[in-house]
Design a protein around this ligand. Structure first.
Ligand code: MGD
Ligand code: MGD
Ligand code: SF4
Ligand code: MO
Length: 756
């Protein structure tokens, strides 16, 4: 007999509700959940194959152990007791012999899509006490955090375009028709863009490729990779020059900003960016003139050498056009689990510590993934000897991943929390697999802060866990306890965290539980696990919560789960800058000194740019020099959905896109093999000439290269592709955020001739 169950899709940032059909414990069908007030039945090919992912025969169900110095192929199944004991022995030995910093942790992307990651990874980090904290954030959005940290005093205050109400959207370096959106959770992003146009709004796309998103927009401009900051500062320049600035908030630094932008007229940046000066002026006027407008930029503008400057200038433009924090502009979501009564005014800083080898500054408590290999390979006090990875595959996702691949094999000990034995986890001595998605509850701690409507949904596990099988929350809690060296249970860890949160809340003026007793509040919390208890606490202390009895109609986990199984719509975004602005001045810091100083780098590049627009190094130089960028395909998800048969093949192919004129010049035809060479490495790929890509630019998707031995991902191995991060350069970073540079990588491309 079949039954129906509902849950949020955990795969991307779009937060779609899914309706699952199950036969016994097998998912036999997936559809969009039509009753979800946010996604209203939308589903993409990835969500639709969640059943195959859930039932993937290559998914690990029991821990794996690798014997001392055994080859990567030699992983054997073990029980949970033995696996945790092995993790404890390995980690404690390294800590005792080499100290705390000898253990590094890498936290990958799916960790931001789970309950366990946000609730428990910080406990592990705290327990380890290591400075060697790494995550996918420095291969992704760290520039945006650093930008928001400086301008709003709050690295998590990232405004999202108010998609459903805006009249004008300027979009840079994002392709939501394939990615379904990022730092902007909007189920059916394509439908929302179509609705924008249908109501008479316009949207303009800036991208070195004419993507599906660009084709849906009103206008598209090619931009030379890595030069968005030039375009954006020229827009700022034009707003000032043409007296188009409208300020709706108290800001500091307006005059400094005006002075900074003086040199960057549209004419001055046109040849560097490839965007005509007249177009830049028009966009500035349209942005200023639109009733309600928003600038939105994503991964293409973050993973580049000027990532932080570009991220900053986006919100400068939103502010200067009066669109920040107003309906139809760029707004801040108000997630149900995030208490807003805390006063957090304090200066935002980065560089509280530095990496040992390259002396790169810490940002948001992390060091750049671009320097992880340095820290593993370089001997000396503080060298990394052990690594914990949680839901990450840096061998494929980090710049110069090939170097990391080698570095990992030199570690004394490695433990991975991951459902697959893949390119990264094959190096682990202990692999601890989280349960299937159907056996896992879901709440989006990370993504609901970036939703285009206020919304909440809790999905309880669809299937129970087998006896003795820990949830991912329990696995991570166990690792936290092991890392601390204390003898405690995971439940005790939850109680400690609950006690500490409630103690702060009762002491805080303005909190809904101010003045009450922890001993009275704790028994009110409801939940079948530590994670649920903590979620209940957060929801009840949150902006829609019942304040643990203070507002009897307010939200609790029980209500969210039982009364709103398809999710609850908490209304359109509302102005809330006051709540998220944590600067010491209480104003928006429009021109932080560190950013102003980094503009010197822009100026230097502007001066060295050649009149032909190719820049000092890289593109076009000897006729074979190109700038490499990435791309995403609808049926992919970074490195780890290539094991689902329906998602690989067809249009989801790891090919090198290049402009037909460039292909002709190189003498390569579609389907022929080309060699791509950079400072750090070389690889070969199949050429795919297409006029959708700008001349001088080539594109390879990331997440491929599944041909390593010792993995258990059979479908992916048969569709291996190549790892673009063999040629991306770990020495190139955005200096303010430490972020990896994946776009604008100088490469040489050559035809592979027979017999060569
Ligand atoms: N299908 C699918 N969806 C995904 C993912 C996936 O792998 N596959 N990954 C998820 C993750 S982790 C993330 S972070 C998001 C990312 O979501 P998006 O930011 O929408 O990512 P992309 O689709 O890669 O789009 C980035 C665009 O930037 C362009 N670009 C490259 N360099 C530059 C540049 O220098 N300037 C400008 N203006 N544009 C540039 C690229 O051509 C590309 O079209 O997607 C998420 N969703
Ligand atoms: N060249 C280039 N490189 C890039 C990018 C690019 O655009 N170009 N994009 C970058 C971006 S935006 C990102 S976010 C990173 C992603 O970088 P990573 O997070 O390092 O890589 P993923 O491929 O997302 O790997 C996810 C891992 O999590 C595992 N996993 C899946 N579900 C779960 C779960 O529920 N629990 C746990 N514990 N594990 C799970 C998978 O098996 C896989 O091993 O890649 C970056 N790398
Ligand atoms: S768009 Fe994202 S959240 Fe929605 S079904 Fe697809 S993968 Fe899942
Ligand atoms: Mo990402």
């Amino acid at each position: 007999m079949s039954r129906t169950a509902y849950r949020t899709c955990p795969l991307c940032e779009a937060l779609c509700g899914l309706e699952l059909t199950l036969e016994g414990d097998r998912v036999t069908g997936v559809r969009g959940d039509a009753a979800d007030p946010f996604s209203r039945g939308f589903v993409c090919p990835k969500g639709a194959t969640l059943g195959q992912l859930d039932g993937d025969p290559d998914r690990l169900h029991t821990p794996l152990l690798r014997g001392n110095n055994a080859p990567v192929e030699a992983h054997l199944e073990a029980d949970w007791t033995a696996a945790f004991a092995a993790a404890e022995r390995g980690l404690r030995r390294v800590i005792e012999e080499h100290g705390k910093d000898a253990v590094a942790i890498y936290i990958g992307n799916p960790t931001a899509h789970s309950i366990a990651g946000p609730l428990y990874s910080s406990a592990i980090i705290k327990a380890l006490g290591t400075r060697n904290v790494y995550s996918a954030s420095t291969a992704d959005q760290m520039p945006k955090h650093v930008s928001s940290g400086h301008i709003f005093g709050n690295p998590m205050a990232i405004p999202v375009p108010d998609l459903d109400r805006t009249d004008y959207l300027l979009m840079l370096g994002a392709n939501p028709l394939e990615s379904n959106g990022s730092l902007c959770s909007a189920p059916d992003f394509p439908g929302r863009l179509k609705a924008l146009r249908a109501r008479g709004g316009r949207f303009v796309v800036v991208d070195p490729r004419r993507t599906r998103t660009a084709r849906l927009g009103d206008r598209h401009f090619f931009i030379r990779p890595g030069t968005d900051a030039f375009l954006l500062i020229a827009l700022v320049h034009t707003l000032f020059a043409e007296e188009l600035v409208t300020l709706e908030h108290h800001v500091n630094g307006l005059d400094d900003l005006r002075a900074l932008a003086v040199d960057f007229s549209p004419e001055a940046v046109a040849s560097v960016t490839g965007v005509p000066a007249s177009a830049i002026r028009t966009i500035a006027r349209e942005l200023a003139g639109a009733e309600r407008a928003a600038v939105y930029a994503r991964i293409g503008t973050c993973t580049q050498a000027f990532g932080t400057l570009a991220s900053w200038l986006v919100d400068v433009l939103n502010t200067l056009t009066g669109n920040l924090d107003r309906p139809g502009g760029a707004m801040f979501a108000r997630p149900a689990h995030a208490a807003i009564y805390r006063n957090r005014r304090r200066p935002y800083t980065t560089g509280r510590w530095h990496s040992r080898v390259r002396e790169l500054p810490e940002t948001n408590g992390e060091l750049p993934i671009a320097t992880l290999a340095d820290e593993i390979e370089t001997p000396g006090e503080g060298q990394i000897k052990a690594l914990i990875t949680i839901g990450g595959n840096p061998v494929l996702s980090a710049p110069n991943g090939a170097r990391l691949d080698v570095a990992f094999s030199g570690l004394e000990f490695m433990v991975s929390v991951d459902p697959y034995l893949n390119e990264t986890t094959r190096h682990a001595d202990v692999v601890l697999p989280p349960p299937r998605p159907t056996q896992t509850g879901h709440y989006d701690f990370a993504l609901l802060s970036f939703a285009v409507r206020n919304y909440a949904r809790y999905s309880p596990p669809v299937l129970p866990l087998p006896e003795g099988r820990p949830s991912e929350s329990e696995i991570l809690a166990r690792l936290a306890v092991i890392s601390s060296g204390l003898q405690a249970s995971p439940a005790a860890l939850d109680e400690m965290i609950i006690d500490s949160t409630l103690s702060k809340a009762v002491a805080m003026v303005g909190s809904p539980v101010h003045g009450r007793k922890v001993s009275e509040l704790r028994p009110m919390l409801e939940g079948g696990s530590g994670a649920e208890l903590r979620l209940d606490m957060m929801l009840r202390l949150g902006p829609y919560g019942d304040g643990l009895g203070a507002d009897p109609d307010g939200l609790t986990l029980t209500r969210l789960r039982d009364d709103h199984p398809h999710g609850i719509d908490l209304g359109p975004l509302e102005p809330r800058l006051e709540e998220v602005l944590w600067t010491v001045s209480g104003r928006i810091e429009l021109c932080p000194p560190t950013f102003a100083a980094d503009v010197d780098r822009l100026r230097a590049e502007l001066d060295s740019a050649r009149p032909d627009g190719t820049g000092a190094e890289g593109a076009g130089a000897e006729g074979a020099g190109f700038l490499l960028i990435g791309r995403r395909h609808l049926r992919s998800n970074n490195s780890w959905l290539h094991n689902v048969p329906e998602l690989v093949g067809g249009s989801n192919r790891c090919t090198l896109q290049l402009n037909p004129a460039d292909a002709e010049r190189l003498g390569v035809a579609a389907g022929e093999v080309v060699r791509i060479v950079s400072r750090v490495g070389a690889l070969t790929a199949t050429a795919e000439p297409t006029s959708e890509i700008m001349p001088g630019v080539v594109s390879l998707p990331h997440g491929w290269g599944h041909d390593r031995p010792g993995t258990r991902i059979r479908v992916a191995q048969d569709n291996a592709g190549v790892n673009v991060n063999v040629v991306t350069d770990e020495q190139e970073i955005d200096p303010l955020s430490g972020n990896a540079v994946f776009n604008g990588v100088p490469v040489r491309v050559e035809a592979v001739r027979e017999g060569v």
